[in-house]
Design a protein around this ligand. Structure first.
Ligand SMILES: Nc1nc2c(ncn2[C@@H]2O[C@H](COP(=O)(O)OP(=O)(O)OP(=O)(O)O)[C@@H](O)[C@H]2O)c(=O)[nH]1
Ligand SMILES: [Mg+2]
Ligand SMILES: [Zn+2]
Length: 294
């Protein structure tokens, strides 16, 4: 038996990368279908190569995590790609994405792209919003500034690039790796206005790396994540250092007196805007819980 990783699946065929860097076209054994298991990109598998008939996936290792859209498993890092200029960044959406990434136990990375064309003030606004919440870097797919840093962070992980359409996810991958040639264009495509250029999920193997990347055709995976109101702030790395100063141990950092987080906001240690959006998301979590017990 050989060990490998599924890069993509098309029409019942799975493309499996072995430990030597070779890709094999495999089918899955019928019992997977009988058990209701669909092999997915990212799956670590054991497979057999048979003369004439190609390969067969025999076993699928237990999955570390499962992303819903795109359907990818065993993801180590999600890079949220935002644009410092156009399209305008949707902070609330980014906050929510960050929360779901943290909740899934995946490492987040904020990538501010298009720094070549953006005014410094706009770049700084985004940077200051997230620098204490997660690792945040500034890049330009066009000028290639910051791309070496990004490359070093990808390492041998499996990284998904997520973000609004036209923020430059595909452009970044094209600029990073000479053997990758993805379609770009995003919003400018007349026939496909505002829709994502990138659609299917596929792990791409990085040249000279054991790492892989997925050019995510969407922004809203994990949309059904349910979060308890008292859990929410645990997913805010920019707030947790101050939660120890709260008078109440189950402080929601909303209306409670003597709240360490609110004090940190007043002192400018936590972004006011991000805190305001935290309150908005907290309300949503509370309403969701109420609806559940209606
Ligand atoms: N000036 C500048 N333009 C960029 C940069 N990165 C991407 N663009 C442009 O932004 C547009 C969208 O880029 P894409 O790479 O297609 O964006 P995407 O995030 O992959 O979009 P979807 O696949 O639709 O989700 C293209 O016209 C790119 O040329 C950059 O760093 N600087
Ligand atoms: Mg794309
Ligand atoms: Zn508090």
């Amino acid at each position: 038996m050989n060990k490998g990783k599924i890069l993509k699946g098309i029409g019942g065929f799975y493309y499996v990368l072995d430990e030597h860097g070779c890709v094999h076209e495999c089918k899955a054994r019928g019992r997977f279908r009988n058990d209701g298991i669909v092999p997915l990109p990212g799956d670590n598998v054991l497979f057999n190569l048979e003369k004439g008939t190609g390969g067969f996936i025999e076993e699928i290792e237990e999955r570390k995590n499962v992303l819903i859209r795109p359907k990818v498993v065993n993801v180590d890092m999600v890079a949220i790609v935002v644009s410092a200029e156009n399209p305008k960044i949707d902070f609330l959406l980014c906050d929510k994405l960050l929360i779901s990434i943290k909740k899934a136990g995946i490492t987040p990375l904020m990538v501010i792209n298009k720094c070549d064309m953006a005014v410094d003030r706009h770049i700084d606004t985004v940077y200051n919003e997230y620098a204490t919440a997660c690792e945040t870097i500034r890049v330009s797919a066009k000028s290639k500034d910051g791309l070496d840093h990004l490359k070093s962070l990808l390492g041998n992980k499996c990284t998904c690039l997520a973000g609004q359409s036209a923020t430059g996810k595909s452009s970044i991958l094209n600029a990073l790796f000479s053997d990758i040639e993805l379609e770009t264009g995003g919003l400018s495509k007349k026939t496909d206005r505002g829709r994502h250029t990138t659609r299917h999920a596929e792990l791409m193997v990085l040249e000279g790396f054991s790492g892989t990347v997925v050019d995510t055709p969407g922004f809203s995976f994990f949309e059904d994540t349910e979060i308890l109101p008292e859990q929410l702030s645990l997913f805010y790395d920019d707030m947790t250092p101050y939660a120890g100063d709260c008078r109440f141990s189950l402080c929601l950092h909303a209306d409670e007196p003597d709240c360490g987080v609110k004090k940190a906001v007043e002192k400018g240690k936590i972004s006011k805007n991000r805190y305001q959006r935290y309150l908005e998301i907290l309300k949503e979590c509370q309403e969701k819980r109420l609806r559940k017990y209606d």
